[in-house]
Structures are given as structure tokens and as C-alpha cells.
Design a protein around this ligand. Structure first.
Ligand code: MN
Ligand code: MN
Length: 463
């Protein structure tokens, strides 16, 4: 079995739709580089599509009926959207789940320092990377600072430095090749070490200041521009992300290069699919979750009870809540755990077993299992469920492929699939193939983005 390129099937009209969807997506990932930015933009799009805040409905004691559209915002970092169906919730839901956090470099809680050891007196900021990165890929690139500073008075200051026209950028510096003899003898994992990911932020001393005058000047700038004290770093969430827009990629413009496509490419296409859903039989849901890259822990990660609490609230607002009905609703549900797949790279084709690998341009990918060392830790989807999905994809005219994460014993990984499978629901991993996964600039193919969107729509309409 070999899958055909999805590009071959498009006639002029659909080809136009492929490129126009990718352009909207390109703008979305250019604007949304943190989980908070993804939630705030998704809430905006949801409101435009007629979704109401579930918290307001609960507060007003209102009821939910078939056709109603609601969203639940968890701490501005995790969002769930539902379209209420005609059938009782206990008959199960059709769910899409994707994550909106991406690998990056975070500022530490007490980040600012000025170098005196090497007498440079440069102002630096200390960082701690988030998620699995090849650290050497993150040096010498323009980085932007995105995030929030929470002040003691309860107010929140939004920070976005490096992505507006005319903004300065920062970066992690790296050694010049001329003096790198010792560095280049090191193993890849040690060429750039975690504590050497500090960013350079200034060289100009504050006039009249004697001690740490360059750092003092940075503090003054933060005070003047953001009304922020140095102590406010203690309650800040500041993320260093690659600066600049996502771009069309390839001489044929068939691809997108951008930051955070793992997993915003699945999040965006899943979001569109639920926003366009109409009057379903079964209740439909879309879960955009945080913290996947660090093990899905935390109140905004998939292991949080927020999801089942939200379903309980929806059941209650639909008329009658019971613990047993809630358990039944969760177990009878079906989920596409949507996360990116590793696309075969011709420069490194030896890490794959090519009959069971994902390729750019061949459509949405189903990973029956992930895991490592003998499928360890994987959610091996049921063949009955896979058969149902084959029929749904065929009916929707969706190009799909199947894949494993590399050849046997080459490595491995996981997603949110196993967490949702604990409810007893059918779960499978699906998503878009990516090159350069977890690098600052990842590559996806526009045909796959479009086929994922079509696949998620077909799933919501037919599962
Ligand atoms: Mn992912
Ligand atoms: Mn990832």
C-alpha cells in the first residue's frame, strides 16, 4: 500500500481553498505564539461564530438546548468548545483534542543579572527551556518576549516585545566558529547547555548609577514602558519565542514555515471544524489544552479535572446531572487526539520504516499507536475504531495516511491520547506531518493542513 499525494486530486476551486485556508492559518500562528494568545484569539473567533461563555450560562442559571454553542475558558490557557446535540449526553460525544503550548525558552523567576566575572557588564536574563528542544537550534535567532506580568494589585500587564514593527529583539548568543575547537568536540546534547541559554538584553549603563548600572537601565526601561518593578518578575509568565511571522515555504509555496506548528496546526484546524459545526445529533467538543510538552500536568493540562468538570456542568445545564450519566457520557465518547506526526526527511530517511511513515502532502495522519521500546506507554487504538474512521474519511473524500513514530526502537514519544482513554472512550492519534519538529521554525505542507481540516469536519459530522 502506498498513499498518493493529495495535491494530485485538487481541481482549481479546491486548490484555491487549500491556499486560502493556509493563509488564514499562517496569520493565526504568526499572532498566536503562546497558549494565552491562542486562547484569546480562539475565544474571539468563537464569539463571532455564536459561542457563549459557559460560565455566564451557569451564573445566570440558564439551560442549554440542542444547537447551543458554548466555550469554557480555563485560566486563559486551556479552552474547550462544545456544540450541544439532540441526543442525551450519556450517548457520548465526538471530540477533537489538540495542544496549544509549544517548546520555547521561559524567563526564570529572578532573571536579570549583569556580568562582572568576565567584566563585560552586559545585562543578561536567565532562562529555563520548556519542552524537548535541541538546544543548539535555539541560539543566534531573533527572539521575541511574549507573556504577562501579574502585579500585586491584581492587574495583568501584557508583554509583546519583538513582533511589532520597529520592536527590538533579543537572542541567545553563540561562540564564533574561530574559537569553537573545544565546543565542537562535545556531543550534540552538550554543545549548548541548558544554563547557557541566557539572553543578552543590554549594554548601556544608567547615568549616575555606580553598581550594576546596565541592569539598572533595563529596570528603568521596564518601569517607564510597562510600569513594572524588578520584583514583578516573581509573578510573570514570560516566554521567548522566535520573532517574526510564519512564511510561505518552498519555491512552489506549497508549505508553511512557522513557529509552534506542533501543535497549533491541529489546534487551528480542529477549532475551525467546531466553529463551523451545525445542529448535530451528538454533542461535539473541541479541547485546546496546555502543558502537553511537559507531561500534561498542571491545572491547564489534560490531566486536570477541568475537562470532566466542564462536561458535568454541561450535563447539568442540559437538564439533569447524574454521576452515572457523566461516566457513561465519557465512556461512550470518541476522540481524535490531534497532534503532529514526524514527516520523513530525505536527509534523514534512515530513522523511518517507510511503509509505516508519514509524508508531506499525503494528507491527515493516523497513528494507531506511539510509545517506545515495544509500544511501551502507547494508546493502541482499537481496529474497530480505525475501521470506522476509514469509512468516515472515505465518505468525506479526505486523503489520509497511517504512520508510526520512526522505525522500531529508534526513539518514541507520546500525546494526550492515553489520558483521555482512561475514561474508556475510543481514542486515536491523528494530525499533520511536520518537518523540523520542536525546532524554532517548523515546516508543514498546505495540502495536509487542508486535509486535516476536512478530516476533523468529517469526523464531527459522522462519528
Ligand atoms: Mn505535539
Ligand atoms: Mn511536541
Amino acid at each position: 500500500m502506498e498513499n498518493k499525494s493529495a495535491w494530485e486530486k485538487y481541481k482549481a476551486k479546491e486548490l484555491k481553498a487549500v491556499f486560502s485556508l493556509s493563509e488564514d492559518y499562517r496569520k493565526f500562528i504568526s499572532d498566536c505564539k503562546t497558549e494565552r494568545e491562542c486562547v484569546s484569539e480562539s475565544v474571539k473567533l468563537a464569539k463571532e461564530a455564536g459561542f457563549k461563555d459557559l460560565a455566564d450560562i451557569i451564573k445566570a442559571g440558564k439551560k442549554l438546548k440542542a444547537g447551543d454553542k458554548v466555550y469554557a475558558n480555563n485560566m486563559d490557557k486551556n479552552l474547550m468548545l462544545f456544540v450541544i446535540g439532540k441526543k442525551p449526553l450519556s450517548e457520548g460525544m465526538s471530540l477533537l483534542g489538540a495542544h496549544i503550548d509549544s517548546p520555547r525558552i521561559d524567563l526564570k523567576q529572578n532573571p536579570l543579572w549583569e556580568d562582572s566575572l568576565y567584566t563585560t557588564h552586559y545585562a543578561m536574563m536567565d532562562t529555563h527551556y520548556y519542552g524537548g528542544i535541541k538546544k543548539y537550534q535555539w541560539v543566534t535567532l531573533p527572539l521575541a518576549i511574549h507573556g504577562v506580568v501579574a502585579k500585586k494589585d491584581g492587574s495583568l500587564v501584557n508583554i509583546n516585545i519583538g513582533d511589532k514593527p520597529g520592536d527590538p529583539v533579543v537572542s541567545v548568543t553563540d561562540l564564533l566558529v574561530h574559537l569553537s575547537a573545544d565546543q565542537l568536540d562535545k556531543k550534540g546534547a552538550k554543545v549548548v547547555e541548558g544554563e547557557k541559554l541566557d539572553i543578552l538584553v543590554g549594554t548601556m549603563p544608567l547615568k549616575g548609577e555606580e553598581k550594576k548600572a546596565v541592569a539598572a537601565n533595563i529596570i528603568k526601561i521596564l518601569k517607564d514602558e510597562y510600569n513594572m518593578e524588578e520584583e514583578d518578575f516573581l509573578s510573570a509568565e514570560l516566554e521567548l519565542v522566535p520573532a517574526g511571522e510564519a512564511r510561505d515555504y518552498g519555491l512552489d509555496r506549497s508549505m508553511v514555515m512557522g513557529y509552534g506548528q506542533d501543535d497549533r496546526v491541529c489546534a487551528y484546524t480542529s477549532l475551525l471544524a467546531i466553529l463551523e459545526a451545525k445542529a448535530p445529533e451528538k454533542t461535539l467538543g473541541c479541547i485546546l489544552v496546555d502543558k502537553e510538552e511537559v507531561g500534561s500536568i498542571g491545572a491547564t493540562g489534560m490531566k486536570s479535572r477541568f475537562f470532566e468538570n466542564t462536561v458535568a456542568e454541561i450535563m447539568n445545564a442540559m437538564g439533569k446531572y447524574s454521576e452515572l450519566d457523566l461516566r457513561r457520557a465519557l465512556a461512550a465518547s470518541k476522540l481524535l487526539s490531534s497532534d503532529v506526526s514526524a514527516a520523513v526527511d530525505p536527509n534523514y530517511g534512515t530513522v523511518n520504516e517507510l511503509k509505516n511513515s508519514a509524508f508531506l502532502g499525503r494528507g491527515i495522519v493516523f497513528n494507531k499507536y506511539t510509545g517506545s521500546r515495544g509500544k511501551y506507554g502507547c494508546n493502541d487504538a482499537n481496529p474497530e475504531y480505525m475501521a470506522e474512521l476509514r469509512a468516515i474519511m472515505e465518505k468525506g473524500g479526505v486523503s489520509f495516511q497511517t504512520s508510526e513514530l520512526g522505525k522500531v526502537d529508534q526513539g518514541g514519544g507520546g500525546t494526550i491520547a492515553y489520558i483521555m482513554a482512561r475514561y474508556g472512550m475510543n481514542v486515536i492519534d491523528s494530525g499533520v506531518p511536520v518537518l523540523n519538529m520542536h525546532a524554532p521554525w517548523e515546516i508543514t505542507c498546505k495540502a495536509d493542513i487542508y486535509e486535516a481540516y476536512k478530516g476533523y469536519k468529517a469526523f464531527l459530522e459522522n462519528a
